[in-house]
Design a protein around this ligand. Structure first.
Ligand SMILES: Cc1cc2nc3c(=O)[nH]c(=O)nc-3n(C[C@H](O)[C@H](O)[C@H](O)COP(=O)(O)OP(=O)(O)OC[C@H]3O[C@@H](n4cnc5c(N)ncnc54)[C@H](O)[C@@H]3O)c2cc1C
Length: 286
């Protein structure tokens, strides 16, 4: 289908983007990679009167080390996350998740900020961002604010972000002992079920675990029952199997669609939780 008519402008800075959003009085929407927004516009599920392009704003692009944290600009495309030597060495789970998004066209246009703002229930990044305890840095008419990943994802396609705000970057402490495993839709590669897991291990014992699922429900969420089951346990096949086996029980509402029934998704949550945790364990001993 053809979208309804719209104007197009390119913002030159974050402040310029915020000013343009404000001036539009709700008529404008940001566009970064366009790989979620344009399909919605073609279906006329979204009909912005104006698009403000933020894809080429230099301050929104790039991956850098800031103290002991890593900062990724919101307009950084998935390909750059997947191929960053810094991410590959310091946070391989994130590189792994980025490399599995869509296809080369999607990875070369789609952005981290666009994925988080859109919050598709089957998107990969939200689960990873949750287990990294990342912070999302946002600028709006009132200045800058920082939102914890834990409170950012609210509901289906709903996040803690006002229409006049711009996600500027995401920050997190990198971790190596972490893994992402997903069952993907064959055509689009979106997650039918995707699980991210981070293990903090000392002397072969799990001090703490962070586990989150995407694709299963309205939005990505932590699997706190799995985290509690692992905490304080020796890390071995048995503890991983036991913790993973209760993963689906922690999710109240499970999606059902043309790709997978609720029953199938429920059955896959423990399977992919186990795989994510096994990847995390393998990386912890590498
Ligand atoms: C064929 C296909 C396959 C895909 N497969 C996958 C997959 O396997 N896994 C996956 O996770 N995703 C997948 N995607 C989605 C893809 O990753 C998108 O690129 C991403 O979800 C949105 O990023 P974008 O930069 O394209 O955002 P856009 O489409 O430009 O924008 C999406 C929304 O976010 C807002 N927005 C964008 N940037 C910002 C910002 N910095 N601050 C505030 N708001 C902002 C826009 O206003 C809009 O509402 C797929 C998409 C397609 C078309």
């Amino acid at each position: 289908m053809i979208p309804t008519g719209f104007e197009y402008e390119r913002a030159t800075s974050v402040a310029d983007a915020v000013a343009r959003l404000r001036a539009s009085n709700g008529a404008a929407k940001l566009i970064a990679g366009g790989h979620s927004l344009v399909p919605l516009m073609k279906l006329r599920l979204s009909e912005p009167g104006r698009l403000i392009d933020i894809a080429r704003i230099p301050e929104l692009c790039g991956i850098r080390q800031v103290g002991d944290a890593i900062e990724i600009g919101a307009a950084t495309v998935h390909h750059d996350v997947a191929t960053s030597p810094l991410i590959a060495t310091r946070c391989p789970m994130l590189a792994e998740a980025a490399a599995e998004i869509g296809d080369p066209q999607v990875r070369n246009r789609g952005t981290l900020g666009g994925s988080l703002a859109h919050a598709d229930p089957s998107a990969d990044y939200p689960a990873v961002i949750l287990v990294l305890n990342a912070t999302i840095h946002i600028v709006g008419p009132g200045g800058e604010r920082v939102v914890q990943a834990a409170t950012f994802f609210k509901d289906l396609l709903t996040v803690d972000l006002d229409p006049q705000e711009v996600i500027v970057s995401v920050r997190f402490k990198p971790v190596v002992s972490a893994g992402y495993a997903k069952l993907h839709q064959r055509a689009s590669h979106y997650a039918i079920v995707g699980v991210a897991g981070v293990l903090d291990i000392q002397g072969g014992v799990v001090r703490s675990a962070c586990v989150a699922v995407t694709g299963a429900s309205t939005h990505a969420m932590r699997l706190s029952n799995v985290e509690h089951a692992l905490a304080g346990q020796p890390l071995n096949d048995e503890s991983i199997h036991k913790a993973a086996s209760i993963a689906g029980a922690g999710v109240a509402v499970v999606n059902a669609d043309v790709h997978a029934s609720e029953e199938y998704r429920r059955a896959m949550i423990p399977v992919f939780t186990k795989r994510a945790l096994e990847k995390a364990r393998a990386r912890s001993s590498a």
